[in-house]
Design a binder for this molecule. Sequence first.
Ligand SMILES: [Zn+2]
Ligand SMILES: [Zn+2]
Length: 146
Amino acid sequence: MGLSDSPGGDLEFAGVVPAATVQRLACDASIRRVLLGPDSAVIDVGRAFRVPSGAGRAALRVRDQGCVWPGCDRPSSWTNAHHVVHWGHGGDTNLNNLVLLCHRHHWSVHEGGWQLVRSDDRRILAIPPSHTYQSWTRAPAQLATG
Ligand SMILES: [Zn+2]
Ligand SMILES: [Zn+2]
């Protein structure tokens, strides 16, 4: 869920990964909830479908035709469906909330700090992360006057 101080996730063969990575992977994946009791006994195995259906994915491919990142020409076969509002934050898995992004640009949004917004004329704009750099130089010391 990306809560502060919460663990990210564990990947087989990769170990611990940040929450942003978990969200990127979960954007276009089927998720199954497994509830464990305090004694690690399985209490419930639920099912949740977070991926677009076959028809929904076909419609997404026809609409977006490839990665929607401005200037990116990677074809739809190289893309994943991205939830503009992540389903972990209440976003729906429907066409209004989905866009196709190639691997590189999907990473840019989840881990790289970029934001995707839709302009009034329905174009996708990519807004770079706003970093605040610490200055390594100091201002000259004030000279005592008078
Ligand atoms: Zn995504
Ligand atoms: Zn791309």
